[in-house]
Ligand binder design. Structure first.
Ligand SMILES: [Fe+2]
Length: 380
């Protein structure tokens, strides 16, 4: 039989801690160290001095560093000076209750474990405390071994939870780093794609100085129309990229035809009319994020099917292509050509107004006219 040391005051909370000298399974026997090699710190909060002293004696004998506080206010001051690894706290104390104090501790010191001690065995109270995050609920009286086992278990669980939190933090950091790296790669790819698209546009325009800048101006207008009719950002970008290279197929047309200062013959015009097909053939195997090749293919199609090269009509033409067609016609008519001076924006807008619904998508045509009429767009 183990010798028992009792605190013998007559108060109900006084003969609650019994000191047995039997073996303490799993309890620390000498110096107990935390994860960083320091000895583990325990704060005992109890309004009864004999209990505080006895708990301190038991815990210190087993290698813990133990501080004591007679109420929650003093305990807060001690934690403020230095946090504890574990708080062992009485429930019923004068002033702030043990439960309110522990609620504060678990919030303010997430790495601090908590064990509650009470003379009252209330299952509902125990459940609410465990839900709060308290590791154990010790009913008085209890013996020395029970206290040490509960403390050892609390530290074991605390270490697991801290390791888990650290693992989650590392994982989140890793995900953030990978996400940032992926975004950087995507941004580099996007810059590379835009650079290649500009290089293609420049190549075409080098052979066709009279239309130099045509594709960029069409891209500016097409993107503005796309925004005006409510395309989302991605669709607007698709229209802009397709517009910048829409005449790419003219690379197959002899330069003297492109810059011929007089009307083209029928044969010459037939050669020119091949450029959407040639452009499509060049672009179709590039994996753009959008259907750029079809937009290039369809930029001379008309709503009534009278366009070229396929003669498709209405909904067979992509909305993006219909925007591109309107922007292309307006820019081409407004600007100088080798065979004629620029006709001006008003004449160009008159053309799409007159033939909206027949050649041009009426919604796109109206949006284009509205942009110019309200001075929200002009060619630079
Ligand atoms: Fe064209």
């Amino acid at each position: 039989m183990g010798q028992q040391t009792q605190v013998t005051e007559s108060n109900t909370e006084t003969d609650i801690v019994q000191d047995s000298s039997g073996p303490v399974p799993d309890a620390p026997t000498r110096v107990v160290k935390g994860g960083n090699g320091a000895r583990k710190q325990i704060l005992v909060v109890d309004d009864e001095m004999p209990i505080r002293m006895l708990l301190q004696k038991i815990l210190e004998a087993n290698g813990y560093i133990c501080r004591t506080a007679e109420n929650a206010g003093h305990a807060r001051e001690l934690l403020d000076e230095k946090p504890s690894d574990l708080v062992l706290c009485d429930i019923n104390m004068p002033g702030e209750s043990g439960l309110d104090f522990i609620r504060f501790v678990l919030k303010a010191y997430p790495d601090t474990a908590a064990i509650m001690v009470s003379a009252i065995g209330d299952p509902h109270l125990a459940e609410s405390m465990l839900e709060l995050g308290v590791y154990d609920y010790i009913i008085k009286p209890m013996d020395r071994n029970g206290i040490l086992i509960s403390v050892a278990n609390a530290f074991r669980r605390r270490e697991l939870e801290m390791a888990n939190r650290s693992y989650r933090r590392n994982l989140e950091q890793m995900v953030d780093e990978r996400t940032n790296s992926l975004q950087r790669s995507m941004s580099q790819l996007e810059n590379a794609m835009n650079g290649i698209v500009r290089a293609i546009a420049h190549t075409v325009e080098t052979r066709d100085p009279y239309t130099a800048g045509h594709q960029r101006r069409v891209a500016d207008l097409a993107a503005a129309i796309a925004q005006e009719v409510g395309f989302d950002r991605d669709q607007v970008e698709a229209v802009r990229v397709a517009a910048i290279i829409h005449d790419l197929g003219k690379i197959s047309v002899p330069a003297e035809i492109l810059s011929k200062p007089s009307r083209l013959t029928a044969n010459e015009f037939n050669l020119i009319k091949e450029h959407p097909q040639v452009g499509f053939d060049i672009v179709k195997d590039i994996e753009f994020p959008w259907d750029v090749s079809t937009m290039v293919y369809q930029h001379h199609e008309k709503m009534d099917g009278s366009g070229y090269p396929l003669g498709v009509a209405g909904d067979e033409i992509l909305p993006e292509s219909r925007v591109l067609t309107v922007a292309d016609v307006v820019e081409a008519m407004a600007s100088h050509r080798p065979y004629r001076p620029g006709l001006g924006v008003d004449v160009a807008l008159g053309e799409i107004d007159k033939n909206k619904g027949k050649f041009y998508d009426p919604e796109m045509a109206k949006a284009c006219i509205s942009l110019f009429n309200s001075n929200r767009f002009s060619f630079d």
